[in-house]
Write a protein that binds this ligand. Structure first.
Ligand SMILES: CC(C)(COP(=O)(O)OP(=O)(O)OC[C@H]1O[C@@H](n2cnc3c(N)ncnc32)[C@H](O)[C@@H]1OP(=O)(O)O)[C@@H](O)C(=O)NCCC(=O)NCCS
Length: 181
């Protein structure tokens, strides 16, 4: 484990609301669980990690100092978590590749928060020394595909029926990638 010092960044969004983007911290467990529990069913069903389960949230928060992982939260003026992004360096022969996650609370969408969190995570990916970033998105997650394509990612793979949602249905999984210069 390494002690990291990453300064919180204030960000004013397109509608004038403000957030602070900072690394996830040990005390974020309850706020992060509240964030997960407030997600619309449509998102919750299609998330890789079930953010409504305390043990999953605890695992993520406990990894706040993991060397291969950078996680950030966006916090509003009331102290609520309204966005999350993460990059994790893959092991073995893909150790030059980072896997990204991005999630914004529904009432905070379409005002640039996803883009701000994506920029933060790109910086973190560079800091991790990865040369390529990927994101796994279900084909049906239109917003996820749209934002990453806009950020310059392109589809490098389609895994048929590869993801199973919380209702047991199978979905095609897209792998979008971006090669960092
Ligand atoms: C994907 C997600 C993070 C986008 O967050 P956001 O804060 O709304 O993103 P932004 O406001 O920065 O949007 C940036 C651009 O992405 C595109 N976009 C975002 N949401 C979109 C949607 N629902 N439909 C079409 N395009 C969309 C647009 O081009 C948008 O720019 P614009 O608003 O100027 O048109 C959010 O919708 C989300 O959390 N979705 C569920 C989880 C998910 O799919 N995560 C991605 C895979 S890990």
């Amino acid at each position: 484990m390494v002690q990291r010092i990453e300064a919180p960044a204030a960000k004013t969004l397109r509608d004038g609301r403000c957030v602070t983007i900072r690394p996830i911290a040990e005390h974020d467990g309850p706020a992060f669980l509240a964030f997960g529990r407030a997600l619309p069913i449509d998102d919750w069903q299609y998330l890789e990690d079930d953010l409504q389960r305390p043990e999953i949230v605890a695992r993520l928060v406990n990894a706040h100092l993991a060397e291969n992982w950078r996680q950030f939260v966006a916090v509003n003026a009331g102290g609520e978590i309204v966005g999350y992004s993460a990059v994790r360096r893959l092991p073995g022969w893909s150790s030059h590749v980072g896997d990204i996650q991005l999630l914004v609370s529904e009432p905070w969408r379409r005002i640039g928060l996803g883009t701000a969190l994506a920029e933060t995570i790109f910086e973190a990916a560079r800091d991790l020394g990865v040369a390529k970033v990927i994101v796994e998105v279900l084909e049906r997650q239109q917003a996820g595909v749209a934002i990453f394509e806009r950020l310059g990612f392109s589809v490098e793979g389609v895994f048929t029926g590869h993801a199973r949602d919380r209702a047991g249905r199978h979905h095609n999984l897209l792998i979008l990638a971006y090669h960092i210069a």
